[in-house]
Design a protein around this ligand. Structure first.
Ligand code: HBI
Ligand code: FE
Length: 289
């Protein structure tokens, strides 16, 4: 089960049995380092006041703005000292079970490549900017770090129970596209948002999307789109409650989900906690930016 088409079946040549490849930091070109710097500077104009506190703190702690693409040999010891996570490079999308095995062992997988200068705004496959700038700052937070490990372990189990479709929605609506309620208002923690200049603004400020309170079972029923801005964002109360919600045994939850219908993306249920009942104007216009 994967949303993407270009997943290899076997580790390609040069990759280890666990699909990792060397980062080979010395081989990045000036243009590639400049691409990182451009994307970084662009996000730093947008994220203060929009990204959550844990994200901004993590970005600071990892010192990812020393110029150019981060060298994992420098970044990993800092990350590891904080939460035990490390980042490893992979050639692209890896099979789900490989992905889960890395997460279950507190290894986050990152693409080794960076997008081309003419693709700054949108690309389908996760590159090192999305994976490192987007995901890694949150891994410095102990609750989020524990949540991601639990997700990896849960993925292995969900796969054996045939429930991966449902669990993948949890990842999508939290790790990739999650919002969080903080004292001063809604903030971003999802990597797909935080690494996108346009969605960083859209997710918080556009009147189109629904913004609904996070509910584990509800989220696992909700369809999602991979090719455009989201039509619904789910808002957590904090990282500790997010972790708590996933510490329970998902067995009974999966039993209920087996008999339940999927929820269309734009549905608002009577029991939803509504932060924004969106107009859906953006999606109705046909979307795509
Ligand atoms: N591989 N490199 C990489 N990055 C991902 O985010 C990723 C993956 N393989 C599978 C996967 N994600 C998802 O399909 C799982 O969350 C279900
Ligand atoms: Fe991602």
């Amino acid at each position: 089960m994967s949303d993407f088409e270009h997943v290899f079946e076997q580790p390609p040549e040069g990759a280890a049995a666990d699909w990792t490849i060397p980062q080979n930091w010395g081989a990045y070109t000036e243009v590639e380092h400049e691409t990182w710097n451009t994307l970084y500077a662009r996000q730093m104009k947008i994220l203060p006041g929009r990204a959550c506190e844990a994200y901004m703190r993590g970005l600071d702690a990892l010192d990812l703005n020393t110029g150019g693409i981060p060298d994992f040999e420098v970044m990993n010891p800092k990350l590891q000292a904080l939460t035990g996570w490390t980042v490893v490079c992979v050639p692209g999308l890896v099979p789900d079970e490989v992905f889960f095995d890395h997460l279950a062992n507190r290894r986050f997988v990152s693409g080794q490549f960076i997008r081309k200068p003419d693709q700054l705004d949108y690309l389908q496959e996760p590159d090192i900017f999305h994976d490192v700038f987007g995901h890694v700052p949150m891994l410095t937070d102990p609750d989020f770090a524990a949540y991601m490990e639990a997700y990896g372990k849960g993925g292995q189990r969900a796969q054996s129970l045939g429930m991966l479709k449902n669990l993948a929605r949890l990842y999508w609506y939290t790790v990739e596209f999650g919002l969080m309620k903080e004292a001063d208002g809604l903030r971003i923690y999802g990597a797909g948002i935080v690494s996108s200049a346009t969605e960083s603004v859209f997710s918080l400020e556009d009147p189109s999307p629904n913004r609904l309170g996070f509910d584990l079972e509800r989220v696992m029923k909700t369809l999602y789109r991979i090719d455009d801005f989201q039509q619904v964002y789910f808002v957590i109360d904090g990282l500790e409650p997010l972790k708590q919600a996933t510490l329970q045994d998902f067995g009974p939850l999966y039993e209920r989900l087996k008999g339940a219908d999927d929820l269309p993306i734009e549905t608002v249920l009577p029991e939803d906690v509504v932060f924004t009942h969106g107009t859906q104007a953006y999606a109705r216009k046909g979307g795509r930016f």
